[in-house]
Every structure is written in C-alpha cells, then in structure tokens.
Design a protein around this ligand. Structure first.
Ligand code: ZN
Length: 134
C-alpha cells in the first residue's frame, strides 16, 4: 500500500467562483487504484462533485444566495464581515473522498470535481490531496 500527498494551489478572481479542478487532480494522481481525499483547508470554500453545465452552476450560486441572504445581519460579521461565506460553506462540504481507477478519479460521465470560492478573490487557496492505494 502506498500513501501519496500533494497540494493544489488555487488563485480565485471573484467573490463567488466555481472552478473545475478535475483535470488538475488527475494530473497529480500517482497511484493506479485506491482512494483520494480532496480537502480544502479553508472555512469559506468548498469541494463538491457535480455536473459542469453553465446553467446549473449559475443555479447553484442562485440557490446559495437565496438560502443565505445578505439582508440579514450575522453575529460573525462583527469579527470579519464574512459570515455569509462561512454559512454557505457549512451547507456544502470541505472535502470529497473518491475512488481512483487506472490513475484517474473514477467519476461518472457527467461528474466533475469543483473547488468553490465563497469569499474571494483570494490567492493561494490550498487543496490537499491524499491518496491511498497501490
Ligand atoms: Zn470569518
């Protein structure tokens, strides 16, 4: 059994941004079979798996904006004014654990892995990849 770790650095350019990181991750996979943990080391971003269709990605932003309204005042805003970004991150996930087959993530036909920026723009967002397998 082999354990491999890599870091992916991501610069974002908007406050809310969805970035397809599937191919970047696949390039870093250096085992044949196993599992990969994809973990964002930030509490105002997320890692999710879904379909890369532009209308759907706009719908995700629409849904999150409506679920976590900027019209309310949140307690965390007294500290650093980004409560809505944290709250959207609570609704999503900070990591995904996925199967690896033939040195690629074994995704379904319509699935991609996304990094979701919820409090950008930011430089050097860090996503940790941990692979276990052989
Ligand atoms: Zn904060």
């Amino acid at each position: 059994m082999t354990i491999r770790t890599h870091s992916l650095k991501i610069d974002t350019s908007k406050n809310f941004e969805i970035i397809d990181i599937t191919s970047q991750i696949n390039e870093l996979i250096d085992i044949d079979e196993g599992i990969i943990s994809i973990f964002s080391k930030h509490s105002t971003s997320s890692i999710v798996v879904n379909e890369n269709e532009s209308g759907l990605l706009n719908d995700l932003e629409f849904m999150l904006t409506n679920l976590v309204s900027d019209e309310f005042s949140y307690m965390h805003d007294r500290i650093d004014n980004n409560a809505s970004s944290h709250l959207k991150s609570f609704l999503l996930s900070s990591s995904e654990c996925l199967p690896i087959k033939n040195s690629k993530i074994d995704l379904g036909t319509w699935q991609s892995v996304f990094f979701i920026e919820l409090d950008g723009p930011r430089r050097n967002r860090t996503v940790t990849l941990t692979m276990v397998g052989e």
